[in-house]
Ligand binder design. Structure first.
Ligand SMILES: C[S@@+](CC[C@H](N)C(=O)[O-])C[C@H]1O[C@@H](n2cnc3c(N)ncnc32)[C@H](O)[C@@H]1O
Length: 300
């Protein structure tokens, strides 16, 4: 999966694209929100499908992705508004734009291939980059702050709760031992500490041993679960009756939140009893789709 090329610039293969459009029931003249514009794959498809007069409000809080998306959406000038904001502010931003209520809202959570591999943001344990992991540079704390400042117990709990990592205690204690020698500054340093901390049989398993710890740090730094909770509380309020809410998630902590919020909200009817998964061909051509789950609900 290429993440960039000289002619095309950074690339991200959109996950569950056809399925998202179908569940959103995109139609000409509709008003839609893309809460996670990224490199605008879904946004572009929504604007195409809703032409000639559909409108899109897009949220993207990462500055570089926001600029790239603006470029990609140029052909749709006049039919969209892109804001560099947190989707947790959905209700507040939509009120200001006067575009609510809307016909459909999409979230495609997590990282784009660009953020993971091409942004230099310190998200990947396969690269050697400063340990940052903030999707939005306006956020106050970096991964470097957390790994160097939290107590051993706080680190262990963070890694266990948000990474669902069974070797959380060993990893936390190895991090604290290593930082007594020198501060942990890079993704490679951290990945190596984790690699050495886990039992040898876990080092060459299905996933890299640092996967879960990196996920945990990223979730906490970006307040991912808090943002999703606030969004889930507010989204039904800004949907028209019959309007659709479609969420693609990539790990069980997110999926559990979405599933429960859809089920418990009396304003919503659940459309997907079981989550929609990518077809095997999609997973083959785009490994990032592997853990994707799509859930859809309709405003009553
Ligand atoms: C998986 S990518 C989206 C890819 C996009 N659907 C596409 O097809 O190109 C997720 C994007 O959402 C952004 N994002 C994540 N959390 C966000 C939040 N709370 N508010 C705004 N943007 C967010 C990330 O910066 C990232 O660019």
């Amino acid at each position: 999966m290429p993440t960039s090329s000289a002619e095309e610039g950074p690339h991200h293969e959109s996950v569950l694209l056809k399925e998202a459009l179908w569940w959103l029931r995109v139609k000409p003249g509709g008003i839609y929100v893309d809460g996670t514009v990224g490199l605008a794959g879904h946004s572009k498809a929504i604007l195409e499908r809703s032409s000639p007069d559909g409108f899109l409000v897009g949220f993207e809080w990462n500055e570089a992705s926001y600029r790239l998306a603006k470029e990609k959406l140029k052909p749709f000038s006049g039919r969209y508004l892109l804001v560099r904001e947190n989707f947790a502010l959905l209700k507040e931003v939509l009120k200001k734009t006067g575009k609510a209520p809307v016909d459909g809202i999409l979230l495609d959570l997590g990282l784009s291939s660009y953020l993971l591999e091409g942004s230099g943001g310190g998200f990947s344990f396969l690269r050697d980059e400063p340990l940052d992991m903030r999707m939005d540079k306006r956020l106050p704390r970096t991964a470097k702050d957390l790994v160097n400042q939290l107590s051993p117990l706080q680190l262990e709990e963070l890694i266990r709760a948000y990474g669902e990592e069974r070797y959380a205690r060993r990893i936390a204690s190895a991090i604290c031992k290593a930082r007594r020698q020198e501060p942990i500054r890079t993704t490679r340093q951290l990945a190596e500490i984790i690699f050495q901390a886990v039992p040898p049989k876990y080092r060459h398993g299905k996933i890299h041993p640092a996967t879960r710890t990196f996920q945990a740090l990223r979730i906490v730094i970006n307040r991912e679960l808090e943002n999703l909770k606030k969004f889930l509380e507010d989204a039904p309020e800004v949907l028209k009756p019959g309007g659709r809410l479609v969420i693609i998630s990539f790990h069980s902590l997110e999926d559990r939140l979405v599933k429960k919020a859809f089920k418990d909200d009396h304003r919503l009817k659940v459309l997907t009893k079981k989550p929609i998964l990518p077809a095997p061909e999609e997973v083959l051509s785009n490994p990032r789709a592997r853990s994707a789950k799509l859930r859809a609900a309709e405003r009553i």
